[in-house]
Design a protein around this ligand. Structure first.
Ligand code: F6R
Length: 260
């Protein structure tokens, strides 16, 4: 695991974008795993710049979402499909036709379970994810894998925790409007990506980052699965990294990274 602690959220965006670009294939189709939320917005802006300057080829790029709410009407502006169309397709230049999002429209558990299995097949059909962009919840969740999620889980229906619904209420008129359930890639699905790049900024993420990186590998902190991945990169600002104990080692290691 590489940990980069940089001064500002803008620095997080620039460094994380370099880590993402380095993991995409130099030629042929690439598959980018996409997170929603506030954390990766600067990173998407940087990827848009890279696309404009020609260092990111979007023509053969596919996008694969981490998760989707269950039960929002098609086209709802807060659905993750609509969100990723606005925040990634329109910014990075990824074709909407090559944006893949789990189908959360199923009316019952059987339909949603079938959609989850279909999503796993979609990812496999693309040849897997080259680089998965991740944020982390204040409760340590990855995707919508809430604390207690199986470390080997695949895409499935999950209930959102009260904490997550409260955190996401800022995107809705009221917390009661935040869906109670979602389809999310499992932790096992996420671990199958060839590289993971997690970004976090701000003091509200400091505890989750310290538990994920320096606590035990445990379902109680889903973000701790990064410790299990052979190519995980974590880019945080000073505030999000403020509780890390091994800071001096991370800084020394980062200084020695090729290209830095
Ligand atoms: C996003 C996702 C979540 C967010 C996390 C952090 O698709 O599944 O895990 O990455 O909740 O959200 P922000 O970045 O808004 O703090």
């Amino acid at each position: 695991m590489e940990v980069l602690i940089v001064p500002t959220p803008d620095d997080v965006a620039v460094e994380a974008a370099a880590m993402v670009l380095a993991a995409l294939p130099a030629a042929g189709p690439g598959v980018l795993g996409l997170a929603t939320g506030s954390s990766p917005l600067g990173l998407y802006r940087e990827l848009g710049r890279a696309a404009s300057s020609g260092s990111l080829r979007t023509a053969e790029l596919s996008g694969v979402a981490l998760d989707e709410y269950v039960g929002l009407p098609p086209g709802h502006p807060q659905s993750y499909r609509a969100t990723l169309e606005r925040e990634v397709c329109d910014v990075v230049g990824l074709s909407r036709d090559r944006l893949h999002v789990p189908d959360g429209s199923g009316a019952d558990l059987d339909a949603l379970t079938a959609a989850a299995a279909a999503y796993e097949r979609t990812i496999a059909g693309l040849g897997g994810v080259d680089v998965q962009i991740l944020g982390i919840g204040a409760n340590g969740h990855l995707g919508f894998n809430e604390p207690g999620s199986a470390l080997t889980s695949r895409t499935r229906v999950k209930r959102l925790s009260d904490r997550t619904r409260e955190d996401n209420a800022r995107f809705f008129a009221a917390v009661d409007e935040v869906p109670t359930h979602c389809l999310t890639q499992g932790l096992g699905t996420i671990l199958s990506a060839r590289r993971l790049v997690l970004v976090a900024t701000g003091e509200s993420k400091a505890l989750a980052i310290s538990e994920a990186l320096e606590g035990p590998l445990t379902a109680s902190c889903p973000g701790s699965v990064l410790q299990w991945h052979a190519d995980a990169v974590v880019v945080v600002d000073e505030e999000a990294g403020s509780l890390l104990k091994n800071r001096s080692y991370y800084d020394a290691s980062a200084a020695g990274l090729p290209g830095r």
